[in-house]
Design a protein around this ligand. Structure first.
Ligand code: FES
Ligand SMILES: [Fe+2]
Length: 368
């Protein structure tokens, strides 16, 4: 590691208590060396959402994905087992599966026609007679770890990582009573933001601090003063009682229930729940100053009769997100300014960000 990068890492003190803490320094959001280190030590080692369980219910169903720059293939085998592989042909490295998702009995590489079973084993290699020291059984797709929790399929590139349940920790028991298994996927929206992925996560984790200022309509249905922030293991739950409001009819009609539940799981996955509603946000770095956020919307009723109402609900979410995008991009510009080094944290509001920064620092500073 070069000495500048070491200096940048050392300039954050993860031992400081919230009252004394500073945010991670601006350089962590603008230096490409940090982005490269995150790819290796954060995205290359943590459990990452790569698919929805409903895409992989039946034998032969598959999804392709990218994780930390690696092309992946996740597939349900004929034996019912879910498996993950690097989507890289053992012959000359072409992508074996080229669709985003689908159903297959066999994967045939489009380059020279090598074929692989749903279990990754090499089934056929045309015109390969006479090749010395070539063992077909040693030339299957390279496996990786996959596990499922609730509706979400996770993959991990680190063969030594702790099991998914251990990684998720207390999140599992906090989410269980909310019965999110009864909600069904409806639609996906993907946004590209001109900011580092951590700016979006920080914005999410500020304990509602920005809600009265930036999201006036959303604020009308939340009881801001009663907003709670709980962090444990690798998750943070922000929750607020709901109040009735006639400020905005669409918000009032689509954001209902007794409480709003906003879960974040380190490093980059959020689950937002209202009555009969859930959206998930997966934040993926593109480069040091660009990220993609994938929103998946779920509803209890996804029938045709409910479609219009569900679309209105998504429109409310999009409006809130538009407000967040504008501010996140402004923050990224500010982080690049010589006028800014690091910020302080509200003790009442910003414990979630503090947890995020400490978990991140621990991963980045861990000697491999
Ligand atoms: S690269 Fe796949 S068959 Fe040649
Ligand atoms: Fe927001």
């Amino acid at each position: 590691m070069d000495s500048l990068l070491e200096e940048i890492l050392a300039s954050y003190d993860e031992r400081a208590a919230l009252q004394s803490a500073r945010t991670i320094p601006a350089a962590w959001y603008v230096h490409s060396g940090i982005a490269a280190l995150e790819r290796e030590r954060v995205f290359g080692r943590t459990w990452q959402v790569v698919a929805r369980a409903d895409q992989l219910k039946d034998a032969g169903q598959f999804v392709t994905a990218e994780l930390a720059g690696e092309p992946l293939l996740i597939v349900r085998g004929s034996d019912g087992q879910l498996r993950g592989f690097y989507n890289v042909c053992r012959h000359h490295a072409a992508a074996v599966a080229t669709e985003a998702h689908g159903t297959a009995n066999i994967f045939r590489c489009p380059y020279h026609g090598w074929s692989y079973g749903l279990d990754g084993s090499l089934k056929g290699a045309p015109e390969f007679e006479g090749v010395c020291d070539f063992d077909r059984s040693q030339n299957g797709l390279v496996p990786l770890r996959v596990e499922t929790w609730e509706q979400f399929v996770f993959a991990n590139l680190d063969l030594n990582a702790v099991p998914l349940a251990e990684f998720l920790g207390a999140l599992v028991k906090r989410v269980a009573p909310l019965n999110i298994g009864s909600l069904h996927f409806f639609e996906r929206r993907t946004y590209t933001l001109n900011c580092n992925w951590k700016v979006f996560v920080d914005n999410y984790l500020d304990g509602g601090y920005h809600v009265p200022h930036l999201h006036k309509e959303l604020n009308s249905v939340l009881d801001y003063r009663q907003y709670t922030i709980d962090g444990e293991d690798r998750y943070c739950l922000q929750s607020s009682p709901m109040v009735s409001s006639d400020e905005d009819a669409n918000v009032a009609a689509t954001r209902t229930g007794d409480r709003a539940w906003y879960f974040w799981q380190y490093p980059n996955f959020m689950i937002n729940i209202y009555r009969g509603y859930m959206d998930t946000n997966l934040v993926l770095p593109d480069s040091v100053d660009r990220c993609k956020v994938i929103f998946d919307f779920y509803f209890d009723d996804v029938s045709d009769a409910a479609a219009e109402c569900n679309r209105q609900s998504i429109a409310v979410g999009e409006r809130v997100n538009d407000e967040d995008v504008g501010i996140c991009e402004a923050v990224q510009r500010g982080l690049g300014s010589r006028a800014y080094h690091a910020g302080r944290l509200s003790v009442r509001r910003e414990a979630g960000e503090h947890l995020f920064h400490r978990l991140l620092a621990a991963d980045l500073k861990r000697v491999p």
